[in-house]
Design a protein around this ligand. Sequence first.
Ligand SMILES: *Cc1c(COP(=O)(O)O)cnc(C)c1O
Length: 344
Amino acid sequence: MNLARFPRISLAHLPTPIEPLPRLSAALGGPEIWIKRDDCTGLSTGGNKTRKLEFLMAEAMAEGAEMVMTQGATQSNHARQTAAAAARLGMGCHILLEDRTGSDAHNYNHNGNVLLDHLHGATTEMYPSGGDMNAALEAAAATHRQSGAAVYTIPGGGSNPTGALGYVDAAMEMLVQLNETRLTIDHVVHATGSAGTQAGLVTGLAAMNAGIPLLGIGVRAPQAKQEDNVFALATATADRLGCPGVVSRGDVVANCDYVGDGYGIPTPGCLEAISLFAECEGILLDPVYSAKAAAGLIDLIRGGHFTAGQRVMFIHTGGAAALFGYDSAFDITTKWTDKKTEAA
Ligand SMILES: *Cc1c(COP(=O)(O)O)cnc(C)c1O
């Protein structure tokens, strides 16, 4: 496994810190919970897509692209990080956004990641939900190419074998950190969506024979489909790395019991996870990905699946910028008083 031979551009602040979460661990009374702060990758409020973009944007540059195009949900963190990476490299950026939630809240449609997309100079266009967005992306790119633009397309979530290399690197980075600090970990838990994060991690961990089981908590697809997607991408990533067949189907484990009503729709468990992390540890989760994964982790601790005496690493994949698109999901009325109105 030799990552240095792949074209790569530095965009992330690496290595991301590993920290203990003592107050959260005590509040839950189960395993010792640790966190790897991939929310702190630095690019435009950070997140997991920055690692993938180091490899994807390098490929775009190598191909002579002047513009990148990608797609995602309205509050896509991937779209925002792609827009920021393009800005940094002086490339154009156009994003297809899919209305997956049907929300007509102003902040959902214009604030949070959407505001940041536009601040980075990207242009966006909205699509209704349910279509084949990667096909729509290729069609839109073909139109731009007809007018002479050199366009590089990035699939949703940056999840292809090139993007997944970013999470092979993350697996390597984490193992080095664990070795240096003599920290043993019984399980790694993180949010899984378009599959690139889990595919890269599972491939890197298997290629290094780490012996640390990985659990992806799903945010959209049912379990069998999610695991199949991750396994297919992990297989292709292992081929790309020159370690064909290193990942077996049994290494790919997803739990998709915490999706709730659908992608991007907050659940009571995810809102509780946001409060717990924010109030116990001063860490912000997001309602679409990291808090649904944390809700799964919390429920699995309460159900005795993870227990005292174990050590669990939660990979925080970022996403807090979306909170500003989801303000209406939170009831903060008990937490403030209005002296202005009282005085009047
Ligand atoms: C995209 C994203 C994920 C999921 O990663 P995939 O590689 O798409 O599976 C998790 N958390 C956050 C905050 C994300 O933006």
